[in-house]
Design a protein around this ligand. Structure first.
Ligand SMILES: *[C@@H]1O[C@H](CO)[C@@H](O)[C@H](O)[C@H]1NC(C)=O
Ligand SMILES: *[C@@H]1O[C@H](CO)[C@@H](O)[C@H](O)[C@H]1NC(C)=O
Ligand SMILES: *[C@@H]1O[C@H](CO)[C@@H](O)[C@H](O)[C@H]1NC(C)=O
Ligand SMILES: *[C@@H]1O[C@H](CO)[C@@H](O)[C@H](O)[C@H]1NC(C)=O
Length: 234
């Protein structure tokens, strides 16, 4: 005599064959005659903003891990008067805005254009009644590899990335306190051969400031204030 449980499972399997639908966890639970309980639906990841331009950054099939507000400088070297500035790197502190990204993405998007005009906080960032703890820092390593060091995540996560695509920031983006304009939005992906731990894809979006002056007046460094959102996926 087959047990009731086996009969139940058999029915479910028959139903599965009949409907062509996979056996879900819910069906298994029903076959077991156990209460399924109330499972809170997992909210989908917030979606990456769009520039509205002709080309958008590609979407990802990875899972969102962190969203940070980056606040710091982009720097460019000038080899002499009349030369074209060359990007040297960036140095920024990353503030953890993951919770706000998941609860009020629209409010998050207003923040880079505000904080770019404020001095970089030495500890946490407080703005619009929000409190963002430090998540880590962003810099270029000695081989000019954009690096994200999520120092407050245990275990430490470090992403070494390379640019896959950049698209112009939308018209109307904050030009920043240097008045030079907003740097491009970027799709950055794991740099082959580097020992990344954690996020394998990083987007830079909602940029404010950070663009170089169009040309050089002397042999010097251009240090341009910027802020942006960084979305980390793995
Ligand atoms: C995710 O996207 C990458 C390329 O963007 C692709 O190589 C990979 O197969 C995709 N993975 C899944 C599970 O769809
Ligand atoms: C410019 O950026 C590079 C790379 O991130 C960094 O090593 C350097 O210290 C920066 N220079 C200044 C003056 O900020
Ligand atoms: C990341 O930051 C931590 C803490 O400041 C430091 O110990 C580590 O060397 C950094 N990692 C890289 C790859 O620079
Ligand atoms: C760029 O070069 C042009 C022509 O030489 C000059 O008129 C202009 O002032 C320069 N702009 C900057 C920001 O150096």
């Amino acid at each position: 005599m087959p047990s009731l449980r086996a009969l139940g499972l058999g029915l479910v399997l028959l139903l599965q064959v009949a409907t062509g639908k996979p056996l879900s966890n819910r069906a298994v639970a029903a076959a077991d005659c156990k209460p399924t309980g109330v499972t809170k639906p997992t909210a989908p990841d917030p979606t990456l903003p769009l520039t509205g331009g002709a080309t958008e950054l590609p979407s990802t099939n990875l899972t969102l891990q962190f969203v940070a507000i980056g606040r710091g400088i982009q720097n460019y070297t000038c080899s002499g008067a009349g030369a074209v500035p060359v990007q040297q790197g960036a140095i920024a502190t990353l503030y953890d805005a993951t919770t706000l990204a998941r609860t009020n993405t629209a409010l998050l998007h207003t923040i880079p254009a505000i904080v770019v005009y404020k001095p970089k906080p030495s500890g946490y960032m407080a703005v619009l009644g929000q409190h963002f703890n430090i998540l880590g820092n962003h810099y270029f390593d000695s081989a000019s590899t954009p690096t994200f060091n999520l120092t407050t995540v245990t275990p430490l996560q470090t992403a070494f990335v390379a640019k896959t695509l950049g698209v112009s920031a939308p018209a109307g983006s904050s030009v920043g306190p240097d008045g030079t304009g907003a740097v491009a939005w970027l799709d950055l992906n794991h740099k082959t051969g580097y020992p990344s731990m954690g996020p394998s894809q990083v987007y830079r979006v909602v940029t404010a400031g950070g663009m170089n002056y169009p040309n050089c007046t002397s042999n010097s460094l251009q240090t341009i204030q910027y802020a942006a959102e960084y979305w980390f996926y793995s």
